[in-house]
Design a protein around this ligand. Sequence first.
Ligand code: FES
Ligand code: MG
Length: 590
Amino acid sequence: MSETTTPKLRSRAWFDNPDNIDMTALYLERYLNFGLSQEEMQSGRPIIGIAQTGSDLSPCNRHHLVLAERVREGIRDAGGIPIEFPVHPIQETGKRPTAGLDRNLAYLGLVETLYGYPLDGVVLTIGCDKTTPACLMAAATVNLPAIALSVGPMLNGWHKGERTGSGTIVWKARQLLAAGEIDDKEFIRLVASSAPSTGYCNTMGTATTMNSLTEALGMSLPGSAAIPAPYRDRQEVAWRTGKRIVEMVAEDLKPSDILTHDAFLNAIRVNSAIGGSTNAPIHLTAIARHVGVDLPLQTWQSHGLDIPLIVNLQPAGEYLGEDFYHAGGVPAVVGQLIGQGLIAEGAMTANGRTIGENCRDARIEDEKVIRPFERPLKASAGFVVLRGNLFDSAIMKTSVIEAEFRDRYLSNPDDPDAFEGPVVVFDGPEDYHARIDDPATGITTETLLVMRGAGPIGYPGAAEVVNMRPPAHLIMDGVHALPCIGDGRQSGTSGSPSILNASPEAAANGGLALLRTGDRVRIDLYKGTADVLIDDAELAARRQELADAGGYRYPASQTPWQQIQRQVVGQLGDGAILEGAEAYQRIAQT
Ligand code: FES
Ligand code: MG
């Protein structure tokens, strides 16, 4: 065991300030009341926070309550003093109206905690979708030495000898239910089979994406993201993470040293290669803004679109989290990209080495699950960034577009990247659920489904609802997907061909607010355009009509936070952060 003494520990201002013995006594006495000693608190050892996101309310991250014991041991073994504290709980599937609302709330709370208390460094316990960006955004703002520990994915789910993946099985089960092939009881049993253990979603949804990207950004130990939650290796890496943060404090290795522009470019490329979630651009934009890195949305297309999909995980592929780990996890993916010169190898990471040093020699252990770069599952698997008279920006994940959809919509030899059709417009998920199966809604195989009122203001936090299934009668005819457009988000576990995150949203009186059922919309993926085919005069008249009516209507806020966030939140294309918050940067030094 090594004692670490660092001259610049900020916790000394609380616990060991000879110039203000009064306050030192006050600060000290209360932290002694549960058994810490004056000797420890004044020993010059760093105080390391463990930002605990796990609780009974947050099942995906609950295993962090167990892992924190090993983190503590690691911190102690390296000479630090652990202090564990709660982070505002976020459970993706449990929070209403949507967990998206809570990302910025958890961010705010964690910023106050890291800034306002005597902490020299912090272990961020990440996992479920929004917990990861909330923690990284806060660490970026405060800029205290920080390292992330993933809770790890659940074990693979199984049903009748086949892998059942989180979320992805729900979309399939819904179709089976709508087609009358299973009943309610079988529906629940099938869905529950995908969640056999502690941990987060075992598919390449937003959780696996964000935990993988955290490692690609350099904010967690190499090889740590993919370890399944119940594995013994997960306990071991918890201990290593605890040890390492003490060294990071001694080295003064801060988020701003790791979260550089190069690190974000690396993460964007890894996101394409893994088939990452459409929530990733929102969250990485938010983290970048809080650390002061300029990362325009177009970067996702310019640096990410041409990267092939090489990870064969559901929803784009076949396998699940355990398989990803055994195949080599994130280092194997980064290793493939390094082989093509697609990684900025000098980017610093949490272990004090560069990503090149960490991953250059990483090998694929199972080529069914991680393909070599030369034999990808799909070429050009990144996001297309779209704009037009409907919105300033939106994205489409091309890697999940199924052959059926390509054949129906993208097979015109004269214009292979464009499709066009009449729209049916839904105002929010409730409207969609009420009308989707009603024959009067008039949906045909030509229809483009539009979801609006689902952005950060309209449905506070932005709902994951743009991926809409076709009506039951079309599913029974074998049509499994229609193109969807919307100002909301989409679950990372969905395989829907959707154009989403449209900004500005209808509730901010963006172009989608002017759309009417029956209008024709034309999408050109090659040109990156999405336009309603009505002339400017008609658009202007509709805009005036909307203004006269007092703007796009959306439901009233139900809680104080919904109302506060609605007043200050930005659009999805800008990371949906609390506008103005990025003015506060590197505040641990103040
Ligand atoms: Fe928490 Fe998927 S619901 S990780
Ligand atoms: Mg989600």
